[in-house]
Design a binder for this molecule. Structure first.
Ligand SMILES: *Cc1c(COP(=O)(O)O)cnc(C)c1O
Length: 354
């Protein structure tokens, strides 16, 4: 794939950029450039461009605005101690992007092109990678249907795009434990549905449950399975882990999003000799394990927040606390250490941006 590059003639003034990097507000401030690549059924992927970030001009009949053929990824670039920049498992994001594309009847993109698009954006916007503790440059690759068409069938034109935003700590108040609201009314994903695809529509459908969580003074919503309303699935945008009698338990893949953070935590835990079980875990069991003291820790995980310990669980008929312990912190320290290049990367997860 040939990429053309046009640099912005109006870069953000250095002073303003430094200010943005000093107190990053993820998803509110963006870098100066973006990458776009077009796909049509006749020509496949073409017209790859690194260009100034600017609004899209979209026809009101663009298919994405009506039937929501849209997918995305979320990943981070981390400043390394030697001054280079590293991505974390970018090929896994590329692979998952294509799995989402296949589920949503969208074209797949060669993994090497996906990663190159991100590397090119990082090179042109290298001054935007923050260096402070807990900071990174959040990257948002996404793809949407641009064909002008109101019929119901897969579109034949798509745009792939990557934008970037400096990121600080995800939850307000840093690493303090979060409160989770268990939604007993709304569900996120059903068997055969799109739960394992990273598509915007999943989020649109879950916002009402997140709003319910906010109304109950909770940071995040936890979803139960759609078939029985019994088994923990995941949070609105994060996977979930439980420490029960010293065993690390996490819901099995299927209707949940296969998180790269989730997968990394499983690998790190196994390397540390911990017993890990990927299996169904019910809300009733969660309550009972909390009451008997068998449950010592629980945490949510994802690229944005990395690992956030869950300190309290609230639901329609009550709430219960979770004590918290050393495992959550140990796993977080090792994972963050690998990402920042200060802990040995035994798994070969780090990808140096050239
Ligand atoms: C992206 C996402 C996650 C976390 O995936 P990571 O690869 O760890 O960032 C978990 N759940 C949902 C619904 C997501 O969209």
């Amino acid at each position: 794939m040939q990429f053309s590059t046009t640099s912005t003639t109006q870069p953000t003034p250095a002073e303003q950029r430094e200010e943005a990097l000093h107190t990053p507000k993820i998803g509110k401030v963006f870098t100066d450039h973006m990458v776009t690549i077009q796909w049509t059924s006749e020509d496949g992927w073409h017209d790859a461009r690194v260009r100034p970030r600017e609004p899209f001009s979209l026809d009101p009949a663009s298919a994405v605005l009506h039937y929501a053929q849209e997918i995305f990824e979320g990943m981070k670039a981390y400043a390394q101690p030697d001054g280079t920049v590293a991505l974390f498992r970018p090929a896994d994001n590329a692979h998952r992007f294509n799995a989402s594309a296949t589920r949503m009847t969208m074209p797949t993109i060669p993994e090497a092109v996906f990663v190159e698009a991100i590397e090119r954006l990082l090179r042109v916007d290298s001054a935007w990678v923050p260096k402070g503790e807990g900071t990174s440059l959040y990257l948002r690759p996404f793809m949407f249907a641009t064909e002008l068409f109101l019929g119901v069938r897969p579109a034949n034109r798509f745009t792939f795009c990557v934008i970037a935003s400096p990121a600080g700590a995800y939850f307000k108040g840093g690493a303090k434990p979060i409160t989770v609201w268990v939604s007993e009314h709304y569900t996120r994903a059903a068997k055969g549905g799109t739960g394992a695809a990273k598509c915007g529509g999943n989020y649109a459908a879950g916002l009402i449950a997140q709003a319910e969580a906010t109304r109950h003074d909770c940071d995040q919503v936890a979803f139960l399975d759609a078939a029985e309303g019994r088994w923990l699935e995941e949070l609105g945008g994060m996977n979930v882990f439980f420490v029960v009698s010293g065993v690390l338990v996490t819901p099995s893949l299927g209707t949940i999003l296969p998180g790269i953070t989730r997968d990394s935590i499983i690998s790190i835990a196994k390397k540390r000799g911990l017993h890990v079980e990927e299996r169904p875990y019910s809300f009733d069991q969660w309550r009972e394990d909390a009451a008997t003291g068998r449950l010592t820790e629980a945490f949510a995980c994802g690229t944005a927040a990395v690992i956030a310990s869950i300190g309290k669980v609230r639901f329609k008929d009550g709430e219960f606390p979770i004590p918290g312990g050393p495992l959550t912190d140990a796993l977080r320290d090792e994972l963050v250490g690998i990402q920042r290049g200060v802990v040995a990367d035994d798994f070969n997860w780090t990808w140096r941006v050239k």
